[in-house]
Design a binder for this molecule. Structure first.
Ligand SMILES: NC(=O)C1=CN([C@@H]2O[C@H](COP(=O)(O)OP(=O)(O)OC[C@H]3O[C@@H](n4cnc5c(N)ncnc54)[C@H](O)[C@@H]3O)[C@@H](O)[C@H]2O)C=CC1
Ligand SMILES: C[N+](C)(C)CC(=O)CC(=O)[O-]
Length: 488
């Protein structure tokens, strides 16, 4: 059964949560009195659909259903989780919790608050144990961090349930062990923000110069190693201790004005807003969101490739979903092609002709054959032990078109096999339609010796079982074909 979340407050952050839940297959009920909320969430969804699926090589679940409601009670009906994302005013949040807990006693409420402690949020509630902080970062549909912060009123089971829900939608729940205002992320960001406002107010740097100082330098480091790991490296071979010895005294030098904050007044707001308009006013906010999202997608994918930082979270989420797909497959050898892979055509796979680009058909074949190799025991452990299959020859036929968002399945038929090689025939299917076939000869190789050798007895036994089952299948139409046209 599809799970349901209620999103109360559908602004910047509520819209981002709605997108994350929906794209991860949850149904979402929204309540927001703003008559523009539906239009705004549709705009966020349009950007999110371009960005979030592009992070993953595993197809997203079928998108959940989004509904808008006239009351909090209707929005929360049937929901197992509420993400409260109303404006940052404590009395408003209290009012919303009272309505939620009256309509749906016992429902778990996570708050997006940027700084109120769970114990502040819980004040006056008849069931404080069900209110907890789940603080996200913008854009919620791309950035994995959710700071989960409870008070002594939250039993471990509530914290754990929040953690599990965050994981289910691909987030990285960081449980904050001590209740503090603004948690970890915003405490840190607020310090940076104050410092930046001082530099601006004192005329030392413009908004653009400050942004350049971040994005051309240390901002790139933070995104993949954080602060401490970065400084550890900055200490050279002697590491953190040397770093501290060298830069520790700077704590007392006039490097920072944080002891004091600039006065928050109209003059400061004008200074910041005017410079920001001059810097970025040529883009609409939605354009800036798309630029930001595509940059983040590239950055996060690079981290995923390296299995590092936030990329590790993405990879684990992909692996969980891929494992669920494979667990549902029937891989017993029989006289039928084996369904081995599932893919979804992503934005970056589309070429100037508006359909899936050539190299992605090869990729789809690799995904399918790699899954088959894992099935016969020639996965990564086998490769690490020094043996692998190398492809020696490949023939792709393009029979149909795959478009953005299409869901594809890769099936494998083994045409022939012996101890040293196999010939596979992969069909890339869009539903019942075959959009491409890929015929390939793979050789079993001793990687160190760099030559073809027989596969291990276990691998060969599994490969032979499939090859024997497939021997009864008719030769696929198109197998063994050379490229069509004769010479002029
Ligand atoms: N904007 C940001 O960068 C971040 C904000 N947050 C937090 O998320 C929460 C929401 O902030 P934003 O989305 O930025 O604000 P926003 O102003 O974009 O959205 C707030 C929404 O709450 C709605 N609202 C007001 N009263 C309501 C009620 N009684 N019931 C339902 N909806 C109601 C408003 O109509 C509005 O659409 C705040 O607690 C904020 O601190 C958390 C992380 C980042
Ligand atoms: C500015 N802010 C305090 C609302 C920011 C956050 O809460 C987190 C973020 O996205 O930077």
């Amino acid at each position: 059964m599809t799970r349901k979340a209620a999103i109360i407050g559908g602004g910047v952050i509520g819209g981002g949560w709605a997108a994350r839940f929906l794209l991860n297959g949850w149904d979402v009920g929204v309540f927001d009195p703003d008559p523009e909320a539906e239009r705004k969430i549709a705009a966020v969804m349009a950007n999110a659909r371009l960005a979030l699926p592009a992070l993953s090589d595993v197809p997203m679940p079928v998108e959940g259903t989004l509904t808008f409601h006239g009351t909090i009670g209707e929005a929360v009906e049937g929901a197992e989780y509420v993400q409260e994302s109303v404006s940052e005013r404590i009395e408003l949040k209290h009012k919303v919790y009272a309505q939620l807990q009256q309509a749906h006693p016992g429902v778990l409420i996570g708050s997006s608050t940027s700084g109120f402690k769970a114990s502040d949020l819980q004040k006056g509630s008849p069931a404080p144990e069900n209110i907890i902080v789940a603080h996200p970062f913008n854009p919620v549909y791309l950035l994995p961090l959710s700071e989960v912060s409870g008070s002594d009123k939250n039993p471990p089971a509530v914290v754990e349930k929040t953690v599990q829900i965050m994981k289910d939608i691909g987030m990285f729940p960081l449980v904050i062990r001590h209740e503090i205002d603004a948690f970890i992320g915003n405490r840190f960001l607020e310090a940076v923000w104050r410092e930046a406002l001082w530099m601006l107010k004192d005329g030392i740097a413009t908004t653009e110069e400050i942004d350049d100082a971040i994005r051309m330098g240390f901002g790139l480091r933070w995104g993949q190693m954080g602060l401490f790991e970065t400084y550890r490296i900055a200490g050279g071979e002697a590491g953190m201790r040397h770093f501290m010895a060298q830069f520790g005294p700077a704590l007392k030098w006039p490097w920072t004005k944080l002891m004091d904050v600039p006065e928050f007044n109209e003059e400061l707001v004008d200074l910041v807003a005017n410079q920001s308009d001059a810097q970025s006013g040529m883009y609409t906010i939605r354009e800036l969101e798309r630029i930001r999202d595509q940059n983040l997608v590239g950055f996060l994918r690079a981290l995923k490739e390296r299995n590092w930082g936030a990329g590790k979270v993405l990879r684990e989420h992909d692996e969980r979903r891929a494992a669920a797909f494979h667990a549902g497959l029937d891989t017993t050898p029989k006289a039928a092609p084996l369904v081995m892979a599932q893919m979804q055509v992503l934005p970056g796979w589309i070429d100037y002709n508006g359909h899936m680009t050539e190299s992605r058909y090869y990729f789809a074949n690799s995904e399918t054959v790699d899954a088959f190799l894992r099935l016969i025991g020639a996965g990564m452990d086998y490769v690490a032990a020094g043996h692998s299959y190398y492809s020696a020859e490949t023939h792709i036929r393009h029979l149909g078109e795959a478009k953005l968002g299409d869901r594809l399945t890769g099936t494998v038929q083994i045409i022939s096999a012996d101890e040293k090689r196999f010939r596979s025939f992969v069909r890339i299917m869009k539903g019942e339609v075959c959009v491409a076939t890929v015929e390939q000869l793979c050789l079993h190789v001793d990687m160190k010796a760099g030559k073809t050798v027989p596969a291990s007895a276990e691998v060969w036994a599994k490969l032979r079982a499939v090859a024997e089952a497939h021997a009864t299948l008719p030769m696929p139409d198109g197998a063994g074909r050379a490229v069509g046209q004769g010479r002029a």
